[in-house]
Write a protein that binds this ligand. Sequence first.
Ligand code: F0G
Length: 355
Amino acid sequence: AHQWQGVIREYADRLPAHVQQTIVTLGEGGTPLVAAPALSARTGADVWVKVEGMNPTGSFKDRGMTTAISAAAGRGAKAVVCASTGNTSASAAAYATRAGMTCAVLVPDGKIAMGKLSQAIAHGALLLQVDGNFDDCLVAARKLAEAYPVELVNSVNPDRIEGQKTAAFEIVDALGDAPDIHALPVGNAGNITAYRKGFVEYAESGAASKAPAMWGFQAAGAAPLVKGFPIDEPETIATAIRIGKPASWDQAIAARDESGGVIEAVTDEQILAAHRILSAEVGVFVEPASAAGVAGILARAEAGLVPAGSRIVVTVTGHGLKDPSWALRTPDGGDVVPTRVSADVVSIADVLGLE
Ligand code: F0G
């Protein structure tokens, strides 16, 4: 019987040798590419979602963490550090503990989802809540790694990009060719950089006939790449992408321009509406930031900017259980109140409208 071996072993021939000497894996990758008829109907395109919440720690970060931690282990590293809005810290904590390393994480105080905080603590990370936002955390983490014996595992580490590019390979392997368009949320811009690299490598080697247009979406209150300048105080309910100074700025712009793509903003309302459609109609529960790509293609479809019949893959980046409270809100901001019944079959049938 075959079991998925994790992205390093599955794509060994497309990854650098230095990540393969000491492999630290939790079986990441091999995530479902799910047809989304509800989104196809709304856009007139052929829409699929790449469900990255199905990775071991519930986000796409695991693809890059297996390579970053494996490379660090190969060099004999004892400790790693990252700045994070939550998912990177959860992933770094899990892979570091697996490798027997110490992991320090710097997170913005009070602005990270409960599920992610719990994961970092459960996996034994040294969690520091910083009086500042993600961008402040990243500056501090970079300086710490420069001055002390601790390796940085944010996506500015090229080993992260190598691992994350495997998601593009999986999409092409599943569909038989690259889609026309690939949509995704953009925060620190590591993932758009990684997908672009993966799609280009497959196209250049003949494994795909083309590379897709990259459509990146930022939250309106945290959209530096759309505005063209850094945002000092980014704000959005999509805390995973509450980032004002993306580290991979130039790479994101290059991915957009070289692929004939776009980077646009979606409002928190559009993100929450897309989040609801994903759960209630597609059957895929994601955290709010992960719905930004879907919000983006819906907005573009409404503006008549989605080519009819085009094939679109939208990457949904993190699991809904990371930040589940949003599901218990009504569209107008109220609380969902569960219906109470007595433990009696007739009253239950009555409430259900059964006769
Ligand atoms: N979606 C989710 C769920 C994320 O956690 C992130 C980034 C992104 C999208 C954006 O990806 O930064 O590569 O452009 N989260 C980072 C973290 C910043 O610390 O977990 P990006």
